[in-house]
Design a protein around this ligand. Structure first.
Ligand SMILES: Cc1ncc(COP(=O)(O)O)c(C=O)c1O
Length: 439
């Protein structure tokens, strides 16, 4: 085989210079495993990148994609349409919380976030509240990499150095290890702190100037932090009280991750818009979407002049027939195998018990879980100034385990198909890796 040239692809969120010295390449995937180009199996405890919720290598999805490519590979979505995306949107609307039955398709989570921002903004203008231009996001939140999402970033490295929209304020970080360490499921403390900060922001900025609040129901990329009990309910009440829209960014939590199709349903709180992507078609073909309340769409339609688009926004590949066909096939699998609720059943309990079984490790100061999500946080260790999670993550990879290291935390989100035996294997490989790095 000719030598692979690693110089031309500038990889995202990657230390490219280090990668070139030590490339890590996968060559195939099946079920809950990825396989490296030198033939090692790697247990995928991140579902790729929070997306391969069905596990890898689903024949039905591959067949649907192949059939669609040879039937109608592309049709322009501006002023035209095709059956597949309408059928997919209709099925998605049945899964979504009641009332959020309009779907605007995108190609990624980042585009979903920027689309949601624009729809929220247009809605306020359409109903005569043009002064509502400010957004509230949350420290530690991740909302993708487009300029809207970058502006709403609560992760400083992803925000600083870029020309962001400055009409954004932040609610406090959810992570409160001092009070909530080793909680199982939703922790106890934090709703009071959010409420105080929210009220302060409303007093400072004026509710008449605030368009929407956006939060991940459960923080994902920022370190997997579930919301405190009652937090999202209270946030919903505060938004209603002050006539502010509530957006859930469910790019990670959507499609069964927390034991219901959307975290909105597992938490019993209905927002006004939901962003999604990734697992929408099992992470196979790029696609995302925004669920919008029918009433919000109606306000925008009613205010739009006749004769043109109601929303001057959209992408070439929005509702692409191939991504939609993958989505319809994925939905059939989700439903047939009851994967959208599996995390709420015995496997979710097994996952929780397995993770919390690591509590004997003195190097851990927190273990968190919710649905099929998990995280462990390491104590500060002077041998690892940037935190031990990345060295542990590297060792995990050597030992055949893929999880994600962020600073002092390792985050996990396995395929929803994971078995008890695979969870046991995960814990065994993780323990070994932690022992080899930290001792
Ligand atoms: C909550 C959330 N929003 C948005 C995004 C951006 O999605 P994408 O990488 O598909 O653009 C992500 C990606 O991880 C995410 O976790």
């Amino acid at each position: 085989m000719t030598q692979l040239n690693l110089e031309h692809w500038w990889q995202p969120f990657t230390n490219v210079r280090a990668f070139r010295d030590n490339p890590r390449l996968f060559s195939r995937a099946e079920g809950c495993f990825l396989y490296t180009d030198d033939g090692r199996d790697v247990l995928d405890i991140t579902a790729g990148l929070w997306c391969a919720n069905l596990g890898h290598g689903r024949q039905e999805v591959a067949d649907a994609v192949s059939r669609q490519l040879m039937t109608l590979d592309f049709a322009p979505p501006f002023q035209f349409g095709h059956e597949v995306s309408f059928r997919f949107a209709e099925q998605l609307a049945k899964l979504a919380p009641e009332g959020l039955n309009r779907v605007f398709f995108t190609n990624s989570g980042s585009e979903s976030v920027d689309t949601a921002i624009k729809i929220a903004y247009q809605y306020q203008r359409a109903r005569g509240k043009a002064s509502k231009t400010r957004f509230i996001a949350r420290e530690r939140g991740y909302h993708g990499i487009n300029m809207g999402g970058t502006s709403l970033q609560g992760l400083p490295n992803n925000r600083k150095g870029f020309p962001v929209y400055d009409q954004v304020d932040f609610l406090p970080d959810l992570l409160d290890i001092e009070r909530n360490a080793f909680s199982r499921g939703l922790p106890e403390h934090g709703t009071d702190r959010m409420e105080a900060a929210f009220n302060k922001l409303v007093a400072q900025r004026g509710a008449e100037n605030i368009c929407a609040v956006i939060v991940e129901p459960c923080v994902g990329a920022g370190g997997m932090v579930p919301p405190p009990q009652g937090y999202l309910q209270r946030l919903r009440e505060l938004c209603d009280q002050h006539d502010i829209l509530l957006i859930f960014d469910e790019v990670v939590t959507g499609f069964g991750r927390t034991g219901a199709p959307f975290a909105a349903q597992s938490m019993g709180v209905t927002p006004d818009l939901i962003t999604c992507a990734k697992a929408i078609n099992g992470g196979t073909v790029p696609m995302g979407g925004v669920f919008v309340r029918e009433a919000i769409q109606q306000v925008i339609f009613d205010a739009a002049p006749a004769g043109g688009p109601e929303l001057f926004h959209g992408n070439t590949y929005a509702g692409n027939p191939v991504s939609s066909a993958a989505g319809l096939a994925a939905l059939e699998i989700y439903q047939r195998e009851a994967l959208l609720t599996r995390a709420a059943g015995p496997i979710g309990q097994y996952w929780e018990d397995a993770l919390h079984g690591l509590r004997d490790l003195d190097c851990l100061i927190d273990i968190r879980n919710f649905g099929l999500l998990g995280a462990i946080t390491f104590a500060a260790d002077s041998r690892f100034p940037a935190g031990p999670a990345v060295p542990v993550h590297n060792q995990c990879f050597k030992n055949g385990l893929l999880c994600r290291g962020v600073g002092d935390t390792l985050v996990m989100s396995p395929p929803l198909t994971i078995s008890e035996q695979e969870i046991d294997l995960f814990i065994e490989r993780l323990r070994r890796s932690i022992g080899e790095v930290i001792g």
